[in-house]
Structure formats: structure tokens, C-alpha cells
Design a protein around this ligand. Structure first.
Ligand code: PRE
Length: 361
């Protein structure tokens, strides 16, 4: 058999499989429509997006994967299939820190898939407001960066919001230097968000020392300026370069190659347990010696791991702090509930921000 004939034979088998796959995907979509009818018939406000169920589906995809495709890759494909199925039930409108082309938008698409409708907002508090008002189904806000630490503005807004954290997404951040000029020597000014300028500080010191660095409201805004101003460059993600038609002169210039930003998904409803969850809460201590260790003691006593603790000024009194705490487990689990009960009795202020599935993708 010639190579051409061999190829033809394999492609015939691929065509047959594609046909089967397509029929199966549509069969799955019909089942999602059936699910939607059941949810609507239930009367109360139907919850179409079910973060705990999606996490379970994606976890199972990864666990049973035999290759040759890597588990992450297959999970990504299933992410898109579920995204399309959910859009048939109800298209999800997701508010994020815009404009188009920011890492926040990448985070939205990574978490919800490409069938979600993205609503760019001008500031993080607008993302909160849009979801609170019901104009968006969910919101996505940055919460911490592995190099630069907490996004304080988000933590402060969590203190006041009635919204619930219903998911998390981690995004590997690759910063690229993009411009219209052809060499580093021609660059007169570098625009970016303050976080990205900080994340690329060493690279900038080494390669663009003496060139002015200007922080702007978003990386996408930086890319727009780099398109419109002669001799300007921007540090931003790949999608911003595509959107504003800029050349990537240097890629992956972040000082830490593991640079990752974590985002929260905000919604109006509590999420049931998925089996592998986290719980986020805000607490403040009574003003007495050893108060913080006493406050957190119930966690250790009930064998609950704390994955994060961050302090923020309470804005109520001078030198008073609120602690942002994340623990493993769901608030409905017995051990977690007991630990939280004891912690609440010890705390001056106590607010559960939500229990949500651990990031799968
Ligand atoms: O199981 C459900 O509740 C569904 O709506 C189906 C489905 C899916 O496609 O598997 C779609 C959307 C939900 O977010 C979770 C799962």
C-alpha cells in the first residue's frame, strides 16, 4: 500500500469516529436540555450553572484518561463541551475586569469555556455590582498573584459584598513585550498594569534600563496605547497582542516562570459540596494577647488545613485587622462545620465568603 493509500484508510476511520463523536456530543446536549426542563419545572429560580457538578465531571475525565492525549488536554475539551451544553440551557453572562484581552478575560474563558458571554467592566467594584444587581450571572475577580501577593482591592470588596465565592481558577501568567517598532533600542516608554510592571522588574532593569515605565489601568489598555503611540511598548498577554495587532518582541519576560494569578468566581448562591472543596472566610480577633492563635486553634483541633491567611486593615479602628482565611473542606462537612462553629464563638467578626470546588483545570 502506498503512503497515500495508508493515509486515506486512516482518514476514513477518523471520519467515521468524528461522525460518532458528533452524534454523541449532540446526544449529550439533548440530555442537558432535559436537565434544564427539570430545573425549570422545579419552580424556584432555576440554577443552570452547577459548579460542583462541573468539577466532578472534569475530575472524572482526568482520572479515567488513558492517553495518548494528556489529562489536562482532554479535560479542556470536555470543558468546552459542557460550556456549549450549558449555553443551550442558558447562556451565562460573566462580568470581569476589562477591557477585552486582559488576563481576567482569559480566566473567564478557562473556567467557563468559550460559550460564556464575557462582559468587560471598568473596575473590580463594578464586577461585584453587576453580579449583585443580577445584570451578570457570575463575576470573575483576581485575588492573588504568586509573585506580588494579594489583590487588596478584591479582599476589601469581599468584606462588604453579599455575594458568595463559588469557584476559583488559576491562570499561568505569561507577560510579553509587544510594540509596533522593530527593536528594543527604539522603545521610549513601556506601559502596563502596575502588577505586570512589578512582575517583570528584573527583566526591565536588565534590558530596558532608563526607559520610562508607566502604569495604566489594565494590560489591554497598555496594548491600546502601544498601538497608538510611536515608540511605545506594552507588557501584556498574548490575546492583547492579537487584539491590538502588535508584534511580540520578547516573550515570557516575567521574572518568575511559575508566575500564576488566582481568580475567584462570584455568584449569588451557595454551592453544594463537590467532594474536594475549599471554604473562604473573613474573621477578626478580639483585642487581647494571643488572640489570633486562639482564634485559629479550632481548625487544628478538628484536623482542618488552612491553605491561606492574609491580613487587611479593618477600616473601623486604627491598627485593627481583618483576616482573610481559606481552609480545606466544605462548610457542610461535619468536621469543618464544628471547627467553624468554635471559630465563630471566638471571633469578634465572622463572615463566611463561600465553599467552592478546588480548581480542576
Ligand atoms: O448536570 C447539570 O445540572 C447540567 O446542567 C448539565 C451540565 C453538563 O453539561 O454536564 C451543564 C451545566 C452545569 O453547569 C453542569 C452540568
Amino acid at each position: 500500500m502506498s503512503s497515500e493509500e495508508k493515509l486515506q484508510a486512516i482518514r476514513t476511520r477518523i471520519d467515521a469516529l468524528d461522525e460518532e463523536l458528533q452524534a454523541l456530543i449532540n446526544e449529550r446536549a439533548s440530555l442537558a436540555q432535559e436537565v434544564a426542563r427539570v430545573k425549570l419545572a422545579d419552580g424556584e429560580e432555576a440554577l443552570f450553572y452547577r459548579p460542583e457538578r462541573e468539577a466532578q465531571v472534569l475530575r472524572r475525565v482526568k482520572e479515567r484518561n488513558q492517553g495518548p492525549l494528556p489529562a489536562e488536554e482532554v479535560a479542556r475539551l470536555f470543558r468546552e463541551v459542557m460550556s456549549a451544553c450549558l449555553a443551550l440551557e442558558q447562556p451565562m453572562q460573566i462580568a470581569f475586569l476589562g477591557p477585552e484581552g486582559t488576563f481576567s478575560q482569559e480566566a473567564v474563558l478557562k473556567h467557563f469555556g468559550h460559550s460564556a458571554l464575557t462582559l468587560p467592566m471598568a473596575a473590580i467594584d463594578e464586577v461585584f455590582r453587576e453580579v449583585e444587581a443580577g445584570s451578570a450571572n457570575y463575576g470573575v475577580v483576581p485575588v492573588e498573584n504568586s509573585t506580588e501577593g494579594a489583590i487588596n482591592h478584591t479582599l476589601d470588596l469581599l468584606l462588604k459584598t453579599p455575594l458568595k465565592i463559588c469557584g476559583e481558577v488559576e491562570l499561568r501568567i505569561h507577560d510579553h513585550l509587544m510594540t509596533q517598532v522593530d527593536s528594543l533600542a527604539e522603545i521610549k516608554c513601556v506601559y502596563s498594569h502596575a502588577q505586570s510592571l512589578a512582575q517583570c522588574r528584573e527583566w526591565l532593569d536588565a534590558h530596558l534600563a532608563g526607559v520610562e515605565r508607566v502604569s495604566v489601568s489594565s494590560n489591554a489598555e497598555a496594548a491600546r496605547l502601544a498601538r497608538d503611540e510611536a515608540g511605545a511598548a506594552a507588557i501584556a498577554g498574548y490575546s492583547a497582542a492579537e487584539l491590538y495587532d502588535l508584534k511580540i518582541l520578547e516573550s515570557n519576560i516575567e521574572d518568575d516562570p511559575n508566575n500564576t494569578t488566582r481568580f475567584f468566581i462570584l455568584g449569588r448562591d451557595d454551592v453544594p459540596a463537590s467532594g474536594k472543596d475549599k471554604t473562604a472566610l473573613l474573621v477578626s480577633t478580639k483585642n487581647k494577647p494571643g488572640a489570633l492563635s486562639q482564634l485559629l486553634e479550632p481548625l487544628a483541633r478538628h484536623g482542618i488545613s488552612m491553605t491561606r491567611i492574609e491580613s487587611r486593615p479593618s477600616r473601623k479602628g486604627v491598627w485593627e485587622y481583618v483576616f482573610f482565611v481559606e481552609i480545606e473542606g466544605h462548610q457542610d462537612e461535619e468536621q469543618v462545620a464544628s471547627a467553624l462553629g468554635a471559630l465563630e464563638r471566638e471571633a469578634a467578626m465572622y463572615k463566611i465568603l463561600g465553599s467552592f470546588p478546588r480548581a480542576v483545570l
